[in-house]
Design a protein around this ligand. Sequence first.
Ligand code: PHE
Length: 508
Amino acid sequence: MDLIDKLKILNDTDRAILFAVRDNKSYLDEISEASGINLTSLSNSSRKLMELGLIKTMHKVDISYRLTETGRRYAQSGLPEYIVGKFISETGKASFNNIKVQGLDQKEINAALGILKKIKAIRYDNDAIKIDKEILSKIEQKSSLLNRTKDYDDLDQEELSEFMNRKLIEREEKTRTLIETTEEGRKAYNLKELSTNKVDNLTPDVIKNWENIEFREYQLDSKPPMPVYGKKHITKCFISRIRDILVSMGFSEMQSGYVEAAFWNFDVMMFRQDHPDRDIQDTLYVEGGKADIKKDLISSVKKVYETGFSDGRYNKSLGYGLRFDEKKSYQLIMRGHTTATTFRYIADVISKDKDKPYKFFSVSKVFRNETPDATHLPEFYQIEGVVYDDDLSVADLISYSKEFYKRMGIENIRFKPTYNPYTEPSLEIQAYSTELDRWIEVGNSGVFRQETLAPFGIKKNIIAWGFGLDRMLALILGLSDIRVLYGAFSDIDILRSVPTNKIFKGLD
Ligand code: PHE
């Protein structure tokens, strides 16, 4: 866009900024004061001018000190230790119990006495209190320091920190924006298109006098700058890509919610009720509320948990031999894995018609009480998959995982035996990260144990997995830290500059 076109799309506020910084840099708040235009409109305009390359902005943090409410009170009356000291000095006969000073309550008087004692300004002579006049005059000087109108930052460091510790003075930080024209912006001053005598802002007055006013024309053919904000977050694009892949592999999506019963998240999967994952350190509990779960379902899970089961094939399943506490099943939590949803589908769909094959997936959030670091987040996405059919085995599990990761563009994966209370065998999936120069865990999978399926009368094998979405995204983007993608640590430049290749459907 050339300079003339840029000038044509400027409004009055944009122009006011350009004129204000014509000869000198200016702070946005000063421009606001001088022009009467509010700071929000000026900030919006300055962003636009910056995107057009007409100005540069810099941010500066101004630190100032000012009196707190108590500070203001003491600035008028004097510091309590001064007032109390003066009272002692003037009455000559003060004793611990008869000090009465206007404006100070007993607590303040006691605190003042404490200070006077500490700096050895007073001593107790039998019942009477004696004051050292010299120290008192020093206190008077200090007290008068509070009574200035401003410039508390001129106080020496010791006094300033004492007043701050006593919460009489507080520090205020203000971020100010300094504006300067760019070289291109400076060229604008010689062009008539910058002149402001045409009106582009319709107000009631302008409408009343429209016949005498020259309006700025609309530039219907000029292209506004392409906004770089308002872009879909890369994770959303990534999710739609994953959905497409799984749907193309014959899976249908499960519906699910974030708040889950401990029963579906743990019990049904034969997590021991004292399993460390249930600990408050790993699981986020939801206060109050109680899940709605069928009693007879809890009883069948309880039975397998306590004493095992036998269906003629697995007659050696003995259960944990521990007592199962139904009360724990009703507790609400933020679900820690989407396998909770898988088990709801096993209960509500698969077990209702066991002759049909099923393939389900979900891409949804899970929550763990975890401190964020390069590979962990307290809130992250899982890609859950579950397959029910005749004669499924670990070989099927491996080939589904390989196929999925291949379609995501990740070929370098390996499988490692692991342990889950609810699968046997269990396989951890690892992918190689060149950024971190090591193998990282990207998923976990397995064949559900018959104990977890017995309460639903299911005898066929079910294979399932949970893949971590955020780590895979970081891997593909070559990021060494997932926090770059979200929240306070996110890197807006990376988020904006993500390539529009086929992995990230929906970006363009
Ligand atoms: N729920 C497991 C996890 O959160 C993943 C998984 C799903 C493992 C299904 C086995 C079977 O890590």
